[in-house]
Design a protein around this ligand. Sequence first.
Ligand code: URA
Length: 272
Amino acid sequence: MSLSFDPGYDLMPFQELVDRAPDSTVYPFDSFRTEWGPIFHRGRLDGTARMLCIGQDPAQHEAIARRILIGTAGHRVQGFLSKLGLTRSYVLLNTFLYSVYGQTGGNQHINDPAITVYRNQWLAAIMGTGMIEAVVAFGTLADAAWQKFIADPSGTSFAQVAYQHVPHPTSAEGHGGTPEQVAAATKVLLEKWNSAIQALRPAIKHPDASQPFVPYGINFAPADLITIPRFDLPAGMPAWMCGDDGWATRTGVSAGDKRKTITIEVPPGVIP
Ligand code: URA
């Protein structure tokens, strides 16, 4: 039976993995917002996932909904999955369990053994179902995470699974610059996403829906951004948390205030 909510971590080995998630002794406070707790995944952990996506680290929306890739980056990833015919049979993991704090936090800790060992156990559990037909890494840190896994004894047997490394969904804005520079970077990103989708489509033998590939244009069109399915969120989450309305923002004047404050606002139109 398909549930209308995400049941969480009741299955092994995920129950046990969640139970011993690394804390701030592994993810230091000066590089990670460890105070918001670990945020583990989004999607199917019941062995029905056909595709694994690796992201980077959770942000403020994810800290509230307790599932990864649900904000702007998540809506873009959901569109990418949809172009591969995947509307339910996917699972998403981040490179880091906690939100990266500061510019260099991610790069500084990508080789930390304890972070890698724990992440590899998640990757081994997901790949070990034998059902995953393709893997995509969004961003260079996610690619590093995958390369570390397939170099590890627990991951070598998955080195032949169809794999693509593409730019992170919000990297065009993330690099900053003028609107023209962001537009140019978005165009390049989408060209790479189009190529990756074409390379991956033949590997996805069990899509949820078979539909012709509609490539991206030079910018994200409204139809390329897909609402997060309600069944990806824990039970009882309001439907508006699936939308991309920027309902969670880090607020405060100082960096310290921003770090400890996430303001949540119900989007317009929800309350009659
Ligand atoms: N949110 C996530 O959970 N991961 C990303 O890579 C970006 C935003």
